[in-house]
Design a protein around this ligand. Structure first.
Ligand SMILES: Cc1ncc(COP(=O)(O)O)c(C=O)c1O
Length: 488
């Protein structure tokens, strides 16, 4: 028998009714999980047996679908816990049940959204149009849905690099270039990594010192630009951050835009989670200047709560964006009619030719929840973080380590009298690990001025003030328990 005679090579279900039941059961399970997102533990460590199972080799023959579904269900309790209202670590969004619906539709369509005259491109173009409107960008600006801000940053800075080198870099590379750029010392590591990946090297990114509020110092920036110019180097870009990962600080965007204009620099803004502040009447004024950027990188999956993953790059100069990426070999030529029509395609704005219909869930999410409600949820989080900061300031055993500007409050427990710096650091680290391991809450840590901080980020539409109160109470309890017996 040849494979042509074997009807079993199709991967479609043998029995669609059975498949329908199977899919409905999984959908119910998924809805149950989302409905129960406020309950139970925040993070649950994976059992050893599961870790062992996840090291088994792939069997040559497949398993019955029901068994695979059971295997999938057995994984579902062990994510990081960011759908829970007391997930306060790093900057994670909390997701929404409605996005599951768009994900199902996208899976059923199984489109390749890299190009061709098909609906996915029109949906993504409408999304680009909505983003321009939300951020006050001109009608001519371009954009692309990507996996996250790390990727969006690479794309934006690639366009900036190619503009600076008159696009010769696309064929000739960057060797011998003297390109340098500027970002604050608080800038996310993905910016330096972008420089590394773009062949410029992370040393080409100058880390400009910050002021007391951990925003980029414009005086220090001017000095750095002057020094580089005097040394014969070519400043080409300035990266501002609207919501730093450590403390949520917003660089002085208008002042940076002025300096970029004066020095002919491409002004890029990392607004990974901060961009959502544009939807909040309380925060929006703080983002003045964002609309002046050449490019903005941000995430829908953080403070806008689109389910992972969904980032976006917005570029003011569509032509520069397209010239930095477009490459159309014979088999990808566009046509006036037929499936190869509909220029430009997504592949003209980024490196991916094959890409999923990520834009659908973002489009549906914005349509269903609307910018006003998402903005109200952002405002609610800002109030919760300010409430937390006030409680920290009132508490004798707690010390705030940074100003609160957006969604993050950094503070520490002061331990016992006479505790050394290293002992205080260890105590705070242990408090955070205990809260995570006990499943009570999941803050994370960072260092502010060399001191280990408990870092609480609230970008969570499920969080309530009672969750913040519980976090504080538990931090105090752990602090007391760990300090006991250490008084000198
Ligand atoms: C300020 C900032 N920039 C960039 C990133 C990277 O974003 P992503 O994880 O979506 O790649 C983050 C992530 O938390 C961030 O907070």
């Amino acid at each position: 028998m040849t494979t042509q005679d074997n009807p079993d090579t199709t991967l479609d279900p043998e029995d669609w009714d059975t498949f329908r039941k199977r899919a409905h059961a999984m959908l119910d399970h998924a809805i149950d999980k989302m409905e129960g997102a406020r309950e139970g533990r925040v993070w649950t460590p994976m059992p050893d047996a599961l870790k062992a199972r996840l090291q088994e080799p792939l069997p040559p023959t497949g398993a019955p679908g029901m068994r695979v579904d059971e295997a999938i269900r057995s994984l579902m309790p062990y994510g990081p816990g960011n759908t829970h209202p007391r997930f306060f670590g790093w900057v994670h969004g909390s997701g929404t049940p409605s996005d599951m619906i768009a994900e199902i539709a996208a899976a059923a369509m199984n489109v390749n959204a890299g190009g061709r005259d098909q609906v996915a491109l029109y949906v993504e173009r409408q999304l680009v149009q909505w983003v321009r409107q939300l951020f006050g960008f001109p009608e001519t600006a371009s954009g692309l849905t990507v996996s996250g801000t790390s990727m969006a940053t690479i794309l934006a800075l690639k366009a900036a690099r190619d503009v600076a080198l008159d696009f010769r870099s696309r064929e000739q590379g960057v060797s011998g270039s003297q390109l340098v750029a500027y970002a604050s010392a608080e800038t996310h590591a993905c910016v330096a990594r972008a420089f590394d990946m773009l062949g410029l090297g992370s040393d080409a990114l100058r880390r400009v010192p910050t002021d007391d509020a951990l925003r980029m110092s414009t005086d220090a920036l001017e000095t750095a630009i002057g020094e580089d110019r005097a040394a014969g180097r070519q400043p080409f870009a300035l990266v501002g951050t609207a919501g730093t990962v450590n403390t949520g600080a917003i660089d002085p965007l208008n002042a940076l835009a002025d300096i970029a204009t004066e020095h002919g620099l491409w002004f890029h803004i990392d607004a990974a989670f901060g961009a959502s502040g544009m939807l909040s009447p309380v925060l929006r004024p703080r983002f003045s200047g964002l609309e002046r950027a050449h490019s903005v990188a941000f995430d829908f999956h953080k403070w806008m709560h689109v389910n992972y993953d969904a980032g976006f790059v917005l570029v003011r100069d569509e032509e520069a964006h397209r010239r930095a990426f477009s490459m159309r070999p014979d088999y990808l030529q566009h046509n006036e009619r037929g499936l190869a029509a509909g220029f430009p395609w997504a592949v003209d704005y980024g490196p991916e030719l094959s890409r999923g219909f990520r834009a659908l869930k973002v489009w549906a999410h914005l349509m269903e929840h609307g910018p006003e409600k998402i903005g109200a949820s952002v405002t609610r989080n800002v109030e919760q973080v300010r409430y937390l900061a006030e409680r920290v300031d009132e508490a004798q055993e707690l010390e705030r380590l940074a100003p609160v500007e957006t969604s993050i409050c950094c503070f520490r427990h002061t331990a016992w009298e006479g505790a050394s710096g290293a002992e205080i650091d260890r105590l705070n680290d242990e408090i955070v690990v205990r809260l995570q391991e006990e499943g009570i809450a999941a803050p994370s840590t960072t260092r502010i001025g060399g001191k280990l901080a408990i870092r609480v980020n609230i970008t969570n539409h499920r969080t309530q003030l009672s969750d913040v109160d519980m976090l504080l109470e538990e931090i105090r309890r752990c602090g007391r328990d760990l300090s006991r017996g250490n008084q000198r």
